[in-house]
Design a protein around this ligand. Structure first.
Ligand code: FAD
Length: 326
């Protein structure tokens, strides 16, 4: 049986429906490596194969468990409880994904731990692991810690740039999971929806181009798509654009939508209301194009163009295409 370091950080890695590790894995293991020794837990059918991918992202030890695929969440929580009993970690990191959040809450309730939600960074002080949060629409950064036990920390996707060194020969260990028998939702039938878009998924995307009410109509929103495709970016939108029916709700970035932390965020015709900023202010580089020079988005933009998107963006696309051709 693998030995676990005293500073172990247990990291639950999401497995996406295609059977691969979620993109969040790299940032989670990178964050764990900044404060301790990452121990990955993979709950999935093909966990042994995925363990190799986890090692390449810095997991020296990988625990694997095969769940009952027809039961939601509870088998993952059972596996996490068994893993935590084995590893005795200083903290448990999960992705701030829909599943990660549910597992974090259930796990913390069962183990009587405290949860730090939607952190954008982790550190360690004399008393243990500390989480950094970006709050009030990104206006303040605050630190949070729990006062007893190992904190359960959900990490915002894309927020952590640190990467752990690859491990060539990881210790991969099947985990003995004690089934809790807790009530759980089960899946009766699955309809696979074929994803036709070649664009990256909004959550966890490295680049995002978002459009707001300034685009004016669903037809004109195609400008956002054109720039996104030129940059290889995911598409986002403000709530006003979603409410106007330009794009579906799943594109909404902000307080009541998706939180993103890409390397590049381009805001087109978005004023920069605090509720929108809440979901994108931790982007590494923010570019705003807006015809109103006083729009609040310029307060947080690294680069801004005061101008009409329908004039500026086609020129930008042409310049990007020309640069690609060189
Ligand atoms: P507007 O504020 O109308 O701004 C449009 C901008 O486009 C303007 O700045 C204008 O100058 C510019 N513009 C117009 N035409 C052009 C052009 N041709 N070229 C260039 N610029 C142009 N909002 C979110 O985005 N996400 C959320 O999650 C969210 N949650 C909310 C939760 C609550 C409880 C509440 C109360 C609100 C929430 N909102 C959210 C709404 C938020 O307050 C704003 O209303 C919304 O973000 C505005 O969207 P917008 O910037 O596209 O539109």
């Amino acid at each position: 049986m693998a030995e676990f370091a005293a500073d172990s950080i247990l990291v639950l890695l999401d497995v996406v429906p295609g059977g691969e590790l979620a993109k969040s894995a790299a940032g989670l293991l990178g964050a764990a490596s900044q404060v301790g020794t990452p121990v990955a837990l993979i709950v999935g059918d093909d966990a042994d194969r995925l363990a190799v991918d986890a090692a390449a992202l810095g997991a020296a030890t990988v625990l694997t468990a095969t769940p009952d695929a027809a039961v939601l969440s509870v088998p993952v929580v059972d596996a996490l409880v068994s893993a935590a009993e084995l590893v005795r970690p200083d903290a448990v990191l999960v992705s701030h994904s829909v599943e990660g959040r549910e597992v974090a809450g259930r796990f913390a309730a069962r183990t009587r731990s405290g949860v730090l939600v939607d952190v954008v960074g982790v550190s360690r002080d004399d008393e243990g692991i500390v989480g950094q949060h970006s709050v009030y629409g990104g206006a303040y950064n605050v630190q949070g810690a729990v006062t007893f036990g190992a904190p359960v920390i959900s990490v915002r996707q894309g927020a952590v740039d640190a990467r752990a060194a690859a491990v060539t020969s990881p210790a991969v260990e099947p985990l003995a999971v004690t089934a809790s028998g807790r009530p759980a939702a089960s899946v009766d039938a699955v309809d696979a929806i074929v994803e036709t878009s070649s664009r990256p998924e909004l959550r966890g995307a490295g680049k995002v181009v978002s459009g707001g009410r300034g685009l004016g109509s669903q037809e004109k929103f195609v400008l956002v798509e054109q720039l996104a495709d030129t940059l290889g970016a995911a598409i986002g939108a403000s709530r006003a654009a979603v409410d106007a029916g330009y794009v579906p709700y799943s594109y909404q970035v902000g307080q009541t939508g998706v939180s993103v932390s890409p390397q590049l965020y381009v805001a087109l015709g978005i004023s920069g209301a605090i509720q929108h900023k809440a979901g994108m202010q931790t982007a590494k580089t923010i570019v705003a194009i807006n015809k109103d020079g006083d729009a609040p988005i310029f307060e947080i933009a690294d680069f801004g163009v005061v101008g009409d998107v329908f004039t500026v963006v086609p020129r930008l696309i042409a310049a990007l295409e020309a640069a690609k051709g060189k």
